[in-house]
Design a protein. Structure first.
Length: 92
């Protein structure tokens, strides 16, 4: 089992010092407003970054929408392969 301390030591060896990390806790998984670290401890996510602030982690509707996009090959490479998704989203 990994520990936060061991993972922080490995991170310090591999990641340049200019790349910050606020807490010495490594997330293993997250769901709704909860995050579990690599040691199995549970936390309430009061930080809620921009990706999960409004919906929480792994919101079923967000997961379903992402899965739908992946299955239909709607990739965001509009210059290479233009798709109707681009203008449909832009019109909203």
């Amino acid at each position: 089992m990994n520990s936060n301390r061991a993972m922080m030591a490995r991170r310090s060896d591999a990641v340049p010092r200019g790349v910050g990390q606020i807490h010495p806790i490594f997330a293993e998984r997250a769901e709704n407003c909860r995050v579990w670290d690599v040691e199995g401890r549970e936390y309430l996510d009061f930080a809620g970054g921009i990706a999960v602030l409004n919906t929480g982690h792994l919101h079923p509707q967000v997961v379903a929408a992402v899965e739908d996009q992946l299955k239909s090959c709607r990739i965001p490479a509009s210059r290479c392969w233009p798709m109707s998704l681009i203008w449909r989203c832009a019109k909203r």
